[in-house]
Ligand binder design. Structure first.
Ligand code: BTN
Length: 326
């Protein structure tokens, strides 16, 4: 009922009488009053005016189970939400849920992680109240070699969401990072559980630097936040809602075509490595070339000095810009 009341208040933008709420949920005035108080405790400004009812004042940056649940309009991505005020790592939580049989599209969200994990064994700083840390659990029915595309789909979905919600020109640094004005704003860590030749489950963990006023010193040269670049706060739940909506749509296209064909043009438009000199860190041998975009399998096409196009597969290697981070 809390989620429903929140949704009604947000969508109406006006006063809703206590009587109307009682009638809708077949509960007493005291029960409604209790829910309103719980919402206030969670940080919502709710005005209560005699003879008029309740009105949601501002839409603060609340990231809570009720806020997320009341926003979800997707079919499966984030329909099942597991929310923690604090956890170790949402990727670990999601993997555990995967083993316990949680449904496709389950999303684990945390306001704070105390053991946030980055790629290559690095950590991901995850302070409370500022950023987005979430992991989506997927049970794809396709072959494991198609799973690398999922990271690219998440990168595209976050880019689209940041552009729509914040009006900021985020770009993609193939395959796992999002950048804004040359600095990282988002990282993605995809982990897969494969049984011989089929995917048990995949978890895609995403960290977005949203409302941090200052980046930690160790990363301030290469990382930034949406607030630092755009100058205004973003409501994290709204942004996450948009990410999940975009992700569901993009994932369904990928499943249907079994390729990135329908997203290719947009992806390549946002690709910050495009037509830039890159160094490919391939365990079989590093090389340099000019990135020309991705193909519909998600491979980065790198043109080497002798004009040859090398297809670089996201699962095996990463690329570095040779002039700085991008
Ligand atoms: C990177 O190194 O760029 C990837 C960072 C991924 C961080 C996210 S935050 C949510 C999820 N939980 C984790 O422990 N890591 C991912």
């Amino acid at each position: 009922m809390k989620t429903e009341i929140l949704k009604l208040l947000r969508e109406s933008g006006d006063y809703i009488s206590g009587q109307e709420l009682c009638g809708k949920f077949h509960v007493s005035r005291t029960a409604v009053w209790k829910v309103i108080n719980q919402l206030k405790e969670e940080g919502y400004g709710i005005e209560a005016v005699q003879n008029k009812g309740y009105r949601l004042n501002v839409n603060p940056d609340v990231l809570s189970f009720s806020e997320l649940k009341s926003r979800m309009r997707t079919k499966w991505a984030g329909r099942n939400i597991v929310y923690y005020e604090e956890t170790g790592s949402t990727n670990i939580d999601a993997k555990l849920l995967g083993e316990q049989g949680a449904e496709h599209g389950t999303v684990v969200v945390a306001d704070k992680q105390n053991a946030g994990r980055g790629r290559r064994g690095r950590s991901w700083q995850s302070p409370a109240g500022k950023d987005i840390y979430f992991t989506i659990l997927l049970r794809p029915e396709f072959e494991p070699d198609k799973a690398a595309g999922l990271t690219l789909i998440m990168a595209l979905s976050v880019t689209q969401a940041v552009r729509n919600c914040c009006g900021l020109e985020a770009g993609i640094k193939w395959p796992n990072d999002l950048v804004l004005n040359g600095k990282k704003i988002c990282g993605i860590l995809t982990e897969m559980n494969v049984e011989t030749d089929y995917i048990q489950h995949v978890v895609i963990g995403t960290g977005i630097n949203v409302n941090l006023e200052r980046m930690p010193e160790e990363i301030e040269q290469t990382a930034t936040s949406l607030l630092l670049e755009g100058g205004k706060e973003t409501a994290r739940a709204r942004l996450l809602q948009e990410v999940l909506e975009r992700f569901e749509e993009n994932y369904e296209s990928y499943e249907k075509d079994m390729s990135l064909v329908s997203m290719l043009e947009e992806y390549n438009k946002y690709l910050v490595n495009k037509d830039k000199q890159v160094r490919v860190l391939d365990p079989k041998g590093e090389f340099e070339g000019i990135a020309r975009g991705i193909n519909d399998l998600g491979e980065l096409l790198v043109e080497t000095e002798n004009g040859k196009i090398v297809k670089v597969y996201a699962g095996e290697v990463s690329v570095r810009g040779i002039y700085g981070y991008v």
